[in-house]
Design a binder for this molecule. Structure first.
Ligand code: ADP
Ligand code: MG
Length: 698
């Protein structure tokens, strides 16, 4: 096996490969196109397509695909081979410029929220040249955006790219005010930390709930969970280590900077963090990472669970989204500076994020909403559904002194802290990052948005975050452009933002019940479930935001609203049907057999010895029998309600019906079944237990 630097990125059609393989003019023209964001000339595309095809064929590829991210949340691909018949009955391998830059998949089979009218089923995929093509399983994958015939975004990538454009534009306006004339573009950067579970595939396949829904719908708590904290950062088991080695290798070949891997808090839970990258590339890489994890796990006889809450009562999986803004000159705009002017600029960007998170807390909540994540938010291991920000004590104190125009205690000379005049003290990174309970934490030189679920694409949350910050920066630029006394205008603005938006800052324990009360007093939203938060998408202020920055059109917002509701309903529908199936076909028959066996024992005992104590048998039979009745009644009610929900036409009303009339029944059913599980012998229960699952990988 070669050294890592030798094979890193070997399956990627990267800048260096292009430089080597493209004629000089083509390469330079392509680079210019990337910088300016202009449309790629078809003649240039043709040359690139040819070089790409030759390179791919040398690497054993026979097919190509436009690789895109429809609103299903996973990636989609349709493979076309390079073969083209020749007149003499042979074939040649061909790939045209047009095939590179545009594809025409049928949009009707992907979620489209009613955008696509039936007479125009075509959709388009368009090459995103800022994300490199790569080879996966012998297929040349070309990252693309996906839209309808009318140009509406039907994917996650298009709005994301638009939001990056929006924040670029507004950030440049603000940077100009500080005299940064050399900066020509800024990009947001993301490092998504990916959590996941690994379980043995044999036990996985014995659980219909895991197979159909990705999470356990039943399961009594095991005697040992994560209470000993012995898994977090614990020694990695050899089988998992072998998996991680393969995973790293595959990811490195694909140019993904997989960096850190460790065990997480729950048994069988792990994490992979890459080195951060430009947001659209980080998004692609995260999709590749999730897919590769699942593939590698299979090769090792395991299954990788990406669901947000595979096991009740055990930590769920999230995806911490580390986010910042960088300039083309290499500056991180969320890094506190060394000079007064750099500090003033840092404070302004910090305030922009504070205001954006406060003003658009609803949209941020929406951006991470899913049926799966509802189980995780507000459980003991994850931030609550309330959006708040952690800045750390030191930074908060600084903001407080600016707001009040007071001395800053932390400074040696106890001077009046004035923005743009003083050098702020350095914030040691370590002291800023130790609050794990905050949904949105400043961690020294970046923000960490921690509410994301593990299975979802990071595109949505970053689209929202970029757009919200872009909007606030545009407000700041509007206010500051053309003022006579920039320094005092800046100072006033920062003070006002702190005063108006400090309610979003919370440095305490986000898992504490007292915080829920406190947040309510502060007027912060607490949108506990997906159906409750989705309607905020359609609020005027939010529609205006997306329209103004050309991230979503009104039609797209409505379509995406529809799709999110539909998706929620579909997931729940599958869960309900799975629960019903498991209860009727496996669980109740299993319990009946157990009752039968105990009854036989009871009679046999009585016959053998007169007056013998049979309290064990009697009590267990009675309990099982009562619980079976409850379970059976709830199943019938669930069947009834599942029929009713199908008659509801509006998807938002249907999602509320699931939340109010179906989920509570699912919980009752689960409780009854879990209790029955504890009353049955281990070897007689119809499914592998939590213990079998969580400790399945030896
Ligand atoms: P942890 O949060 O577990 O303490 P780190 O803080 O070291 O771990 O980093 C977490 C992630 O943040 C990594 O993926 C890292 O690449 C990413 N990261 C670091 N700097 C930035 C940045 N400027 N923009 C986006 N992500 C970043
Ligand atoms: Mg982290």
């Amino acid at each position: 096996m070669k050294n890592v630097p030798e094979y890193f990125g070997c399956d990627v059609f990267s800048t260096s490969v292009m430089k080597e393989r493209l004629p000089k003019e083509t390469f330079e023209e392509f680079q210019r196109t990337l910088e300016t964001g202009h449309r790629l000339d078809i003649t240039v595309a043709k040359v690139i397509a040819d070089a790409m095809k030759d390179w791919a064929i040398e690497k054993g590829a026979t097919h190509y695909t436009h690789w895109f991210q429809p609103l299903t949340g996973i990636t989609a691909e349709k493979h076309d081979s390079f073969i083209t018949p020749t007149k003499d009955g042979g074939i040649i391998m061909e790939f045209s410029g047009k095939e590179l830059i545009q594809g025409e998949p049928d949009a009707s089979s992907f979620p489209n929220g009613g955008i696509r009218s039936t007479f125009e089923a075509r959709g388009y995929t368009a090459w995103d040249p800022t994300s490199f093509a790569f080879i996966k399983n012998g297929v040349l994958c070309i990252p693309t955006a996906f839209c309808s015939y009318g140009g509406e975004a039907l994917d996650k990538k298009t709005p994301l790219l638009r939001s990056m454009e929006a924040i670029n534009k507004q950030t440049l306006r603000v940077l100009k005010l500080f005299g940064n004339e050399d900066v020509v573009s800024v990009k947001t950067t993301v490092g998504p930390e990916q959590e996941y579970f690994l379980i043995d595939s044999e036990v996985f396949h014995k659980r219909k709930d895991l197979v159909y829904t990705g999470r356990t719908l039943f399961g009594a708590k095991p005697p040992k969970g994560q209470e000993l904290d012995d898994h977090y950062f614990g020694a990695i088991k050899p089988r998992v280590q072998a998996f991680m080695k393969d995973l790293d290798e595959e990811l490195w070949r694909l140019g993904v900077h997989a960096k850190t891997e460790h065990n997480e808090a729950a048994p069988a839970q792990h994490e992979l963090a890459p080195i951060f990258n430009t947001t659209n590339i980080a998004t692609d890489h995260n999709q590749i990472t999730m897919e590769t994890m699942q593939k590698c796990a299979k090769n090792h006889g395991m299954v990788c669970l990406l669901h947000e809450k595979p096991f009740d009562g055990v930590n769920g999986s999230g995806k911490h989204n580390n986010w910042s803004i960088s300039t083309n000159t290499g500056a991180n705009l969320l890094e506190p500076g060394d000079t007064p002017s750099e500090n003033a600029q840092f404070l302004l960007f910090l305030c922009a994020v504070i205001k954006a998170v406060d003003d658009y807390q609803d949209l941020l909540r929406v951006s991470i909403a899913s049926a799966g994540n509802d189980h995780r938010l507000g459980a003991q291991e994850a931030p609550p559904a309330i959006v708040s920000m952690f800045l750390g004590e030191e930074l908060t104190e600084i903001l407080e002194s600016i707001e009040k125009g007071e001395d800053y205690e932390g400074s040696k000379e106890k001077e009046l802290l004035k923005v743009g005049v003083h050098v702020l003290p350095r914030f040691p990174k370590d002291t800023t990052d130790r609050n794990r309970t905050s949904p949105f934490a400043f961690t020294g030189n970046k923000f960490e948005f921690r509410m994301l679920g593990s299975s979802a694409s990071v595109a949505g949350p970053n689209t929202t975050l970029n757009t919200a910050v872009a909007e606030v920066l545009s407000q700041f630029a509007d206010e500051l452009e053309g003022v006579d006394d920039f320094e005092s205008a800046l100072h006033d603005l920062i003070r006002r933002v702190i005063k108006d938006h400090k309610r979003i800052i919370f440095n305490g324990n986000g898992y504490d019940d007292a915080w829920v009360e406190e947040a309510e007093k502060r007027g912060l939203l607490n949108l506990r479930t997906t159906p409750e938060c989705l309607p905020y998408m359609l609020h005027d202020k939010n529609v205006e935001l997306y329209k103004k920055h050309k991230v979503y059109s009104e039609a797209e917002i409505k379509a995406h609203y529809e799709i999110k509701n539909e998706k929620y309903c579909k997931y729940l529908n599958i869960e309900v049907l799975t629960m019903i199936d498991m209860t009727k076909k496996d669980i109740l028959p299993c319990v009946s057999r157990q009752i039968h066996e105990l009854s036989d024992t009871l009679i046999a005992k009585k016959n053998a010895i007169a007056g013998i104590d049979t309290s064990y048998e009697t009590i267990v039979i009675t309990k099982l029998s009562n619980l079976s009745k409850i379970a059976f009644d709830v199943v019938r009610q669930l069947e009834e309600n599942s029929k009713i929900v199908k008659t509801i036409d509006e998807s938002d009303a249907a999602s509320f019906y699931y939340k109010n009339n179906i989920i509570p029944l699912m919980e009752t059913l689960r409780n009854a079944v879990d209790e029955m599980e504890t009353l049955c012998p281990s070897d007689k229960w119809c499914y592998p237990s939590y213990g079998d699952l969580l400790f399945s990988v030896k």
